[in-house]
Design a protein around this ligand. Structure first.
Ligand SMILES: Nc1nc2c(ncn2[C@@H]2O[C@H](COP(=O)(O)O[C@H]3[C@@H](O)[C@H](n4cnc5c(=O)[nH]c(N)nc54)O[C@@H]3COP(=O)(O)O)[C@@H](O)[C@H]2O)c(=O)[nH]1
Length: 932
């Protein structure tokens, strides 16, 4: 700055008179010339370069307002606070005497100079850029109309805390002008920056207290942390104008300091300097300031020295902001000069550190609270999406959380549930949940299945999983409970259990459940000495009803039989369906006396026989189906459940063998029989393997008595027992799954016989009928297996006739037709065996590729004496003719039978009258004899 000249000094005296000044030659403007001298400035400063005095009061204003300009002029000149007017480029156009006093410069030294010369470097730079932005219309928040706390550089280098309010004075004389009123905040108006007098100190103290109180209020109001820190830094700067204050914040996640606030310093510097500052304050106490007197020389600052110097900083001094020895941040003072730390203000700095600590601490706590609230809300919203009802109960059992699923399942809304005792809301049947709640408080976890009453009063089947929240301050004693609605699962489990243990048709317990109950009954009997009984019931002629009327009607009969059985026993007794037409009844607690128990069992058995023997009425007719019952008693010494059922089974077969429609108790002799059957099964296997089976051939003759064919009948000569009738071993083979193998063996032997007969002239015309059991025929590979046997043997398929019974197509007509067609195409013919005893439906017969009906021998036996049988035989013969089928009568034992059948139109016969079944050699001799 230039030293004031004499003229300048003149101008510095207040002379409130208007002067005419020329802004440029030839152009006059009227100005109120102020007592301010404007030194010559370069032409770039425009038309006001030589202008003097306050330009804000034009001449016209004086005309319209009379003496006002002079008053204002005087007021400004006499004002306590400093006033400066400058251009948009910060060039000072006017300063009042107060500003001269404040800055320590004369007006002459200031006019035409940049105001920035009076500001600390970083502030000056920002001030410049704010002004530029403002002029460009980009920003008006930081400059104009705001009271700003800042520092003013005194001539002696000291930075004085001031308050500055800038005003946009608008355009005047073609130039945009700004004014600023600057209030000295360093002490009493006009006082020196540092005044050691008690009064000044008192005033500063009062001022500081008031500002601290304001800051505390800000903290309490949760004003954003940055604003509070800014305010603290501003206060520090106000009291330490020679320093620029920065407050740094500790980032717990990264362990780094970040910029918090710096009213007079760009935040970029704080970022650059953070490692050095952190090194400085880390591990220090509040009473231990870190410092660098001269950044230029301090090696620690080597990395950021350039940045510090660019910001005009030469020394720094920092205090840690602590909370319980935890570093929350740092309060840093930078000086534009290399200087000693500001020891005089130690108490103020520490106080500001404490304020910062409170502000940061509160902010952190609030942030933590918010984020935990957010987390809780997020978790709660997640929990709202679960299907499980989730709730928490505090240490007193009061509901403190209740998710949406709880609302849905239990029916109580969240608002209704919260604050209520959980036990009141979750009223349960039984005390499982109560017990689980007691357990969880001891063991930390518990789970139970329980039935809880929902709001509507209905019970919900729940699985509850409880866990005690780990001791976590507020949540100590809280129980987290998750309830899953297991009603559907329980129902499914129940259904599966029901299906597994019950018969679908009659809904009675099945064989598995009967086994279970029998097992329990045996154990209980051992314990109590009470006798019990197992009754096995088989419906005698059910198969006939089933075959005749079809399965649907068969099912109806089974259902009715089941109902009748249940009405005959106590509710505590078990009635089970254990097979097609087999039922069982388990009687328990029949007393400790065996004789008495047997009498009761017989009584019940008799009742069952009578009940089941009553006619059934359905499908518009009466049907009779008697029952055979086997009874096995059990007591403390009895064998296991399986053995007991075998005994009852055996007795039942004995009852059947004894004429059916009755009951039979098990006796040990039956056991011998059982053993025999089991041994026989094993022997049959051996016979099949070792070639112990042979075919016998029974002739089939035409009306003229000529043998045109034969039926192959299987024979088994047991090495010990001798001849075993097929009526005994064939059912045995069916029971043990041997029938298919047996049937294949018969087919092989039959084809071999046919092939052998081919070579004998008297026999080559013969066809051979082979019996096929239902089990054998129903196999999917049956047709292929027959064709294979034929191919292997080389026999003529046209000579082979398969005899099937009506039962094979009762179940699966389509499959039967397909199988028969496949074989028919190969030349094989079919006869229906035992015709008239099964399910004879005309519509079925029409669809089957049949050749022959075989009248069952039961109709032939009494054909001469029983008009009914004669009529049936006649009808079958007529039916065969109608359908274009051959017909053969079996069991013909007399010529009279033959004659009558022949009279009705039957032209083929089989029976003892023509010849018994004989071995192959004998059959050949028979043929040779007839031929000769
Ligand atoms: N699946 C197979 N079943 C077979 C086979 N071999 C026989 N059987 C079936 O066993 C049942 C009993 O047969 P069987 O004891 O051989 O009795 C047959 C004849 O001996 C007997 N018959 C023949 N004529 C008369 C007679 O005039 N009077 C009289 N009381 N009985 C006579 O009839 C049986 C033939 O019956 P069918 O087969 O219905 O023509 C029997 O059901 C056989 O089918 C076999 O290899 N496979």
């Amino acid at each position: 700055m230039l030293p004031p000249s004499r003229t300048q000094r003149w101008w510095r005296k207040p002379r409130p008179r208007p002067r005419r000044c020329s802004s440029r030659p030839g152009h006059w403007r009227s100005w109120w010339a102020a007592s301010v001298w404007t030194p010559p400035v370069p032409a770039r400063h425009g038309p006001y370069a030589r202008c003097c005095g306050p330009p804000f009061l034009p001449e016209t204003a004086m005309t319209s307002h009379g003496p006002a300009p002079a008053i204002f002029y005087r007021m400004v000149d006499e004002a306590i606070d400093a006033v400066v007017i400058m251009t948009g480029e910060c060039i000072i156009r006017y300063v009042n005497p107060a500003l001269e006093r404040l800055a320590g410069y004369g007006a002459g030294e200031l006019l035409g100079q940049s105001l920035n010369g009076l500001l600390p470097e970083p502030v000056a730079r920002h001030h410049d850029s704010y002004l530029r932005k403002y002029l460009a219309g980009l920003d008006n928040s930081k400059l104009v109309g705001q009271v700003r706390q800042m520092a003013l550089r005194h001539r002696n280098g000291a930075l004085l805390p001031v308050e500055l309010k800038a005003l946009d004075l608008g355009a005047s004389g073609g130039e945009r002008l700004f004014g600023a009123v600057i209030v000295d905040r360093s002490g009493p108006p006009g006082a020196a920056p540092v005044d050691a007098s008690g009064r000044t100190e008192l005033r500063r103290l009062q001022q500081f207290r008031s500002e601290s109180a304001d800051i505390m209020e800000q903290i309490a109001r949760d004003v954003p942390l940055e604003r509070t820190l800014h305010e603290i830094a501003r206060v520090v700067e106000a009291y330490e104008p020679q320093f620029v204050c920065t407050i740094m914040l500790m980032e717990p996640e990264t362990g780094r300091l970040r910029h918090g606030a710096s009213p007079s310093l760009a935040d970029t510097f704080a970022y650059a300097a953070q490692p050095v500052l952190l090194d400085g304050v880390q591990g220090r106490r509040l009473s231990q300031a870190a410092q660098a007197r001269d950044i230029a020389k301090d090696p620690a600052w080597a990395g950021v020295r350039a940045a510090a110097q660019a910001h005009g900083l030469h020394s720094w001094w920092a205090l840690p902001v602590l909370a319980d020895d935890r570093l929350l941040g740092a309060l840093v003072l930078h000086s534009v000069e290399a200087r000693r730390p500001p020891v005089e203000q130690g108490e103020l700095h520490r106080w500001c550190c404490r304020l910062a600590s409170v502000a940061i601490g509160r902010h952190n706590a609030t942030t933590r609270l918010r984020s935990s609230e957010q987390r809780f809300r997020a978790q709660a919203s997640l929990l709202d999406h679960t299907q499980d009802a989730i709730l928490t109960l505090d240490a007193h059992g009061i509901v403190t959380f209740w998710n949406r699923a709880a609302q849905r399942l239990f029916g109580w809304t969240r608002a209704e549930a919260l604050g209520q005792p959980g036990a009141t809301l979750l009223l349960e049947e039984g005390s499982h949940l109560d017990e689980a709640l007691a357990r969880v408080r001891v063991h930390g976890e518990a789970a139970t299945e329980c039935r809880v009453y929902a709001r509507g009063g209905h019970l919900i089947q729940m699985e509850a999983r409880l866990s005690l929240v780990p001791d976590d301050g507020e949540l100590a004693g809280t129980v987290l409970a998750a309830f899953s609605d297991i009603g559907a699962r329980k129902q499914a489990e129940g259904e599966i259990h029901y299906l597994a243990f019950h018969d679908q048709l009659t809904h009675l317990p099945n064989r598995r459940l009967l086994g279970d109950r029998l097992q329990h009954a045996l154990v209980s009997s051992q314990r109590t000495g009470q006798w019990g009984a197992a009754l096995l019931i088989d419906l005698d002629n059910f198969k006939t009803i089933n075959d005749t009327l079809g399965h649907q009607m068969g099912d109806v009969l089974l259902g009715r039989a089941a109902e009748r059985l249940q009405t005959c026993v106590r509710a505590s007794d078990t009635v089970a369906r254990i097979g097609g037409d087999e039922f069982a009844v388990l009687l328990e607690d029949l007393g400790t006396d065996q004789g008495q128990a047997a009498a009761t069992a017989r009584q019940v058995g008799q009742k069952l026989v009578e009940a089941l023997g009553q006619p059934y009425e359905f499908a518009g007719c009466e049907h009779v189906s008697t029952a055979s019952i086997g009874i096995a008693l059990f007591g403390a010494q009895s064998a296991g459940a399986e053995a007991l059922l075998r005994e009852a089974d055996l007795s039942m077969y004995r009852a059947k063998g004894e004429g059916r429609n009755g009951l039979r108790f098990f006796d040990p002799q039956m056991q011998v029989e059982l053993l025999r059957r089991s041994e026989l099964q094993g022997d049959l296997r051996h016979a099949l393997r070792d070639g112990g089976l042979a075919l016998h051939f029974q002739p089939q003759v035409d009306a003229a008595g000529r043998i045109y064919g034969a039926e192959a009948l299987l024979r088994w000569r047991h090495p010990v027992l001798g001849y075993v009738p097929p009526g005994e071993f064939i059912p045995l083979a069916e029971e043990t799954g041997l029938m298919n193998e047996l049937g294949q063996r018969v087919l092989e032997m039959a084809c071999n016989a046919l092939l052998a007969w081919e070579r004998v002239p008297a026999m080559r015309h013969l066809c051979l009928a082979v019996n096929v059991s239902m089990h054998q025929f129903r196999r999917v590979d049956f047709a292929e297996s027959v064709l294979q046997v034929l191919r292997r043997s080389g026999a003529d398929p046209r000579k082979l006739k398969l005899e099937i019974t009506e039962s094979v197509f009762a179940d699966d007509l389509e499959g039967t037709v397909a199988r028969m067609m496949a074989l028919r195409v190969a030349g094989i013919s079919f006869a229906i065996d035992d015709f008239g005893t099964g399910y004879s439906s005309l519509s079925y017969l029409k669809r089957l590729p049949l050749d022959q009906l075989k009248i069952d021998q039961s109709f032939v036996r009494d054909i001469l004496s029983d008009a009914n049988d004669a009529s049936i035989a006649r009808t079958i013969i007529t039916l065969a003719h109608t359908l274009g089928l051959h017909v053969i009568a079996e069991g013909v034992e007399t010529s009279a039978q033959r004659d009558l059948l022949m009279a009705h139109g039957c032209a083929a016969f089989q029976g003892y009258y023509f010849g018994r079944p004989v071995p192959d050699a004998e059959f050949s001799r028979m043929l040779a004899a007839v031929a000769s």
